[in-house]
Unconditional design. Structure first.
Length: 109
């Protein structure tokens, strides 16, 4: 399991969640867990921004960016071992930005 904190940016007062995420899941499943944690309905597109690459579910004919990975194929574990802080954007129209900080990887539970 991985412990992390999610902070919804540009909102006052601050809105945040602390999550325990199971190991071995894809970023798509991770997105679904974030949706549940904030009680959202998953109506909008999303992406994870790691500066070096994006994890985004885009159209292969019109890629979002040339350095992107498919959230249904990429597992969180190797990425979280290397990247301890990244952004999650939900709803590209309103651009709800979230800072995610990985606090601890490999928690037994």
């Amino acid at each position: 399991m991985t412990s992390m904190e999610l902070l919804h940016l540009n909102i006052e007062p601050p809105i945040w969640r602390r999550l325990l995420i199971p190991s071995g899941i894809t970023f798509h499943k991770f997105h679904k867990l974030i949706q549940a944690a904030f009680d959202w309905q998953d109506y909008h597109l999303y992406l994870f921004d790691f500066n070096d690459f994006f994890v985004v579910n885009s159209d292969p004919d019109t890629p979002f960016h040339n350095i992107e990975k498919n959230p249904k194929k990429v597992k969180i574990d190797p990425v979280f071992k290397e990247y301890k802080q990244f952004l999650y954007e939900y709803d590209f129209g309103d651009s709800w930005m979230h800072e995610i900080v990985v606090e601890e990887v490999g928690i037994s539970g």
